[in-house]
Ligand binder design. Structure first.
Ligand SMILES: Cc1ncc(COP(=O)(O)O)c(C=O)c1O
Length: 429
């Protein structure tokens, strides 16, 4: 075996001559749309590009309504608000996610209840949801993490039984399908992020999807300083749906709108998304077929009900026992050096995440002693999340999947090379 790149050897991939695909992707159409927006002087406020993107995104997600917002954090906050969730309510969510999934629950003064995930998908474990339900539970936020889909059949069953709202956090799942239904169309509301690293991006941005006219109307007001939604030609009220807003009825809120520049980029990006998702899916399936034959590498479990796989990150599990007990951190470093693209750990479990720290803000969150205790992250135990993050997780950004099958062969070659040199790495520990 040749010497590892991390020890000064020649890397498996020379990224100077053979770089990985770039992200974000843009072309002349994006330039034209941005220039046209600039010259139009209509830069914001419910403009034609935003209206058109909302229509296209609703169509894309198979929902009746979509609303674009400033980012994929405020989308979650407003989704919770629109569902009437607040003080005294509990919201169940996975312990392995970005901090926003839980922080937004705090932002509406409700209590985040973190539960463990399935070890083979890293998504919320439906059995743990059932165990965590109390008379105060009002909602579940499943997160379709990286390349996996939460078990929406089980989640919807539990939600129906206990009369709970389901807000799908689809920040990683633009275009993914479960049983032929798009992410964001299965629960009551879908929440998307368009931040730079995401599958559809405008640098920043987010969107909410729903097929309930009542929720749509509240969300529209909440994103726009509480103004009563203006009647829009592009939106048809459900027959018989009662209008939430009577004449003169407003709702307290802030400004969470996007700009026309963002909407222009999103509309162009959406045209490319289906093709990009297909390339990523084909490459991920091929790469998993290579990885399953490497001892110590465990591909993520694919579910037959996942009819369209979508990858924000490509991830797999690492078993150090098969690598002569080499720690996963060292494995990731060695792989990163071989391939010239970062192989990282999963999110940190929320009960240990320094960016999820409600007790750092007593002036905001110490509403009463009971609430203060309930939001203390250290009261939660998340052994599966811990194992995934600290011992098993290996993740790479989706741009690694945007090239060719030969790129996938190179990733598998690099893993084999590290495995063949595990003794050398181990001795450097
Ligand atoms: C699972 C998840 N939810 C929500 C968000 C928040 O999105 P944004 O960064 O657009 O606020 C992110 C961002 O990374 C995320 O990964």
């Amino acid at each position: 075996m040749s010497k590892l790149a991390i020890s000064g050897g020649i890397p498996v991939r020379d990224t100077k001559t053979n770089p990985w695909p770039e992200w974000p992707v843009w072309d002349k159409n994006d330039e034209r749309a941005l220039n046209e927006t600039l010259r139009s002087a209509v830069w914001s406020y419910n403009g034609p590009r935003e209206t058109e993107f909302n229509r296209l995104f609703a169509e894309y997600t198979g929902t009746k309504y979509a609303l674009s917002l400033a980012n994929g954090t405020v989308t979650l906050q407003l989704a919770l608000e629109a569902c009437g969730i607040g003080l005294g309510d509990e919201v169940i969510l996975p312990g392995l996610t970005w901090q926003a999934t839980a922080a937004t629950v705090l932002d509406v003064n409700a209590t985040p209840v973190m539960v463990d995930v399935c070890e083979d998908t890293w998504c919320i474990d439906p059995e743990e949801i059932t165990k965590a339900i109390t008379p105060r539970t009002k909602a579940i936020i499943p997160v379709h993490l990286y390349g996996s889909f939460s078990d929406m059949d089980e989640i919807m069953k539990v939600a129906k039984k206990h009369n709970l709202v389901v807000i799908e956090d689809c920040a990683h799942k633009h275009g993914g399908e479960w049983n032929g239904k798009k992410a964001g169309s299965i629960g009551d509301i879908g929440s998307f992020s368009f931040q730079l690293s995401k599958l559809l991006t405008a640098g920043e941005g987010g969107a909410l999807t729903t097929s309930s006219f009542g929720l749509y109307e509240k969300l529209d007001a909440l994103r726009n300083c509480g103004r009563r939604p203006e009647p829009k030609d592009s939106v048809k009220a459900d027959k018989g749906a009662g209008l939430y807003f009577d004449e003169g009825n407003f709702i307290q809120s802030g400004n969470y709108r996007i700009t026309e520049f963002q909407a222009a980029l999103l509309t162009e990006g959406l045209r490319r998304l289906t093709g990009q998702n297909r390339i990523r899916e084909d490459n991920a399936i091929y790469l998993n077929s290579l990885l399953k034959d490497i001892p110590g590498i465990i591909p993520m479990r694919r579910d037959k009900r996942e009819t369209k796989e979508v990858y924000y990150n490509f991830s797999f599990r690492y078993d150090r026992k098969e690598f002569k007990d080499l720690p996963v951190t060292r494995f990731r470093q060695a792989l990163t050096a071989e391939l010239g693209i970062e192989f990282a750990a999963s999110y940190i479990p929320l009960n240990k995440c320094s960016l999820y720290a409600p007790l750092t803000k007593p002036s905001r969150h110490k509403l009463n002693d009971e609430y203060w205790k309930a939001i203390d992250p250290s009261r939660f135990e998340l052994p599966v999340c811990d194992r995934i993050h600290y011992e098993q997780s290996v993740c790479v950004h989706h741009k690694a999947l945007m090239g060719t099958k030969a790129d996938m062969d190179v990733i598998a070659d690099a893993i084999r090379k590290v495995r063949g040199n595990d003794d050398e790495l181990k001795s450097q520990n």
